[in-house]
Design a protein around this ligand. Sequence first.
Ligand SMILES: Nc1ncnc2c1ncn2[C@@H]1O[C@H](COP(=O)(O)OP(=O)(O)O)[C@@H](O)[C@H]1O
Ligand SMILES: [Mg+2]
Length: 330
Amino acid sequence: MNPVRLKGLTPDEFERLCLKLVQKSFQAFAVRRGGISDPDQGIDIEATSGSHRLGVQCKTGRLTVGVLRDTLRQLIRYPHRLDHFILMCAQHPVPSTLDEFRQWSSNAETTKGSISTVELWDPDRIVSELDAYPGVLERITQASRGPIFAVPFPRPHCTGREAELRSLYESFIAGKKSQVAVSIVGLGGIGKTTLAVEYAYRFRESYPGGVYWINAKEDILAQCARLGLLAGVANTDTETAVAARAFLKTRRRAERSLIVIDDLDRPNQLNQPLVDELSLAECESEFLITSRFTGLLASGVSRHVLATLSERDSLASIPRRVPCNLKSSK
Ligand SMILES: Nc1ncnc2c1ncn2[C@@H]1O[C@H](COP(=O)(O)OP(=O)(O)O)[C@@H](O)[C@H]1O
Ligand SMILES: [Mg+2]
């Protein structure tokens, strides 16, 4: 029994360990969700075992009442029905958190609501589960990590846009250098974000260093810090600026990675110092930028102007978006 082993794991390693445990203990098909890269997602791992759907939230930092409440708030907003929820902790929760958890897990929002059973696995429980599956922890090594895919949207129903997808990919290849930026520009609502999300899903295998998402309309520093956490170069106690810097620095050394910057409307956002004179543009990553701003070309960013979908493709996208009962109504 050595909980210290768990405490020493990065958030990414701990999540991978929890994933393996869920697969083993529940004979479940399990996948990692956005987790910390997506504050609205609410869970880190989703699994199905028979007809049961399980959700797991992994915590490497100390579980305090504040953190617990935040976690539960996100969980309650989680859009899919869960039969079972497990909170897995790499460190022992502080005692008052346990009371809060017991109280919460027996109240109306859970047992009488949509989630029928709830459990907290503290490090002792996790380590005892690990004993049942020797070898699981050992496999959580740097080499066994899959690339991070931190796109906070499900894959869209993207119709058409085949030529655009190909041409975006070719622009990245033509860029040659490890740092290249390609932009999708066009009017609001024309489909820039949809195309960027589809690109990320379609070409994720080409980015062994990971795919990351930043919304330029929100606090970029805070998002980089969260990505640092996800990439395992920072932990929950790391200061925002330090975590963000660690993320940007890691990109410099990493293998080919993609950072999508959605809705960038000021070109200098790419070049202005974020932390210690370090800007996004200096990061050795490929950038896919969406913008309504047509002047983005000035900063050496290759530009793809997006036109409206062809009539045929627009029509093809409609049936999925119109509820069936509307089709027959007058
Ligand atoms: N290729 C596409 N196929 C189907 N629907 C699309 C496509 N492109 C955009 N849409 C739909 O159009 C709407 C606006 O697209 P979005 O990507 O958000 O636009 P933008 O980012 O340019 O403002 C979304 O609801 C999206 O689902
Ligand atoms: Mg958009």
